[in-house]
Design a protein around this ligand. Structure first.
Ligand SMILES: [Zn+2]
Length: 251
């Protein structure tokens, strides 16, 4: 090969590497901006996030980034992987309600899998520890035919507020049992299912609303189940309508 074409080829390769690196770093930075109205988050992010592999590579881990796993046509079933702190568990009724409501919402087969038992952390769990636990213990990951919703069952948050649930990245949730332990058994089971469905709603892309009796009312996440008035295991009519709109943006 002549020296000139060889040089040109090397320069071209270098340019491709520089451009790819620039694009990669730019997208990783844009992916960390929580402002939903940016062009990247509003327009490009949903397309990139529809691929589980790209979510990992590009760091797309906000609520709703995995919505097409759950609502799109690619996956035929959803694996619900549950890891609980030693001595804690979900009520069987809560799991049944969760399976029923997730199937009704997504139309997919729902399979529950119990995997790791976690050693308790004294003093409760910060958001960072929860993410670390999820990364260490989540065994199942979304593939072309199965989506995954990962659940951590823990005692309590390390924060001052007695929260009962949080989303964890784009495909997981944590439920804290201590703030629900004062409820009678049947109501506690309902509160567990309601909390987990609230968090699943976030992972489908639903925002909070302030309508009494709706799943996405933020009072539920704060553990305000005193009167039982907010205990529900079905998305209300407003949320059903929002889910229809979300589904239309997928596929
Ligand atoms: Zn919420």
């Amino acid at each position: 090969m002549d020296l000139k074409p060889r040089k040109a080829l090397i320069i071209l390769c270098l340019l491709v590497v520089i451009l790819t690196t620039f694009l990669f770093v730019s997208i990783r930075l844009l992916a960390r901006n929580p402002d939903e109205e940016t062009w990247f988050n509003h327009t490009l992010r949903p397309h990139l996030a529809s691929s589980p592999a790209l979510r990992t590579i590009l760091g797309l881990h906000f609520d709703g980034d995995a919505r097409s796993d759950y609502l799109g046509t690619r996956s035929v079933k959803i694996i619900v992987e549950i890891d609980a702190e030693s001595g804690l568990t979900l009520f069987p009724q809560a799991e049944q309600e969760l399976v029923y409501a997730m199937h009704a919402t997504t139309g997919k087969e729902i399979e529950i899998v119990h995997s790791s038992e976690l050693t308790p952390t004294p003093g409760g769990y910060s958001d960072n520890i929860v993410v670390e636990l999820a990364e260490q213990h989540q065994r199942y990951h979304s593939t072309h035919d199965a989506a995954v919703f990962y659940i951590l069952v823990l005692s309590r948050s390390s924060g001052d507020e007695p929260i009962v649930g949080r989303t964890v990245q784009e495909d997981a949730a944590v439920i804290y049992e201590d703030p629900l332990s004062h409820l009678p058994g049947a109501q506690q089971a309902l509160a567990q299912a309601s909390t987990l469905l609230h968090e699943f709603g976030h992972q489908l892309g639903l925002p909070h609303n302030d309508h009494p009796g709706c799943l996405m009312n933020p009072e539920a996440e704060a553990g305000d189940f005193g009167t039982g008035g907010n205990l529900t295991t079905q998305f209300c009519a407003i949320e059903q309508q929002q889910l229809l709109v979300i589904k239309q943006t997928i596929n």
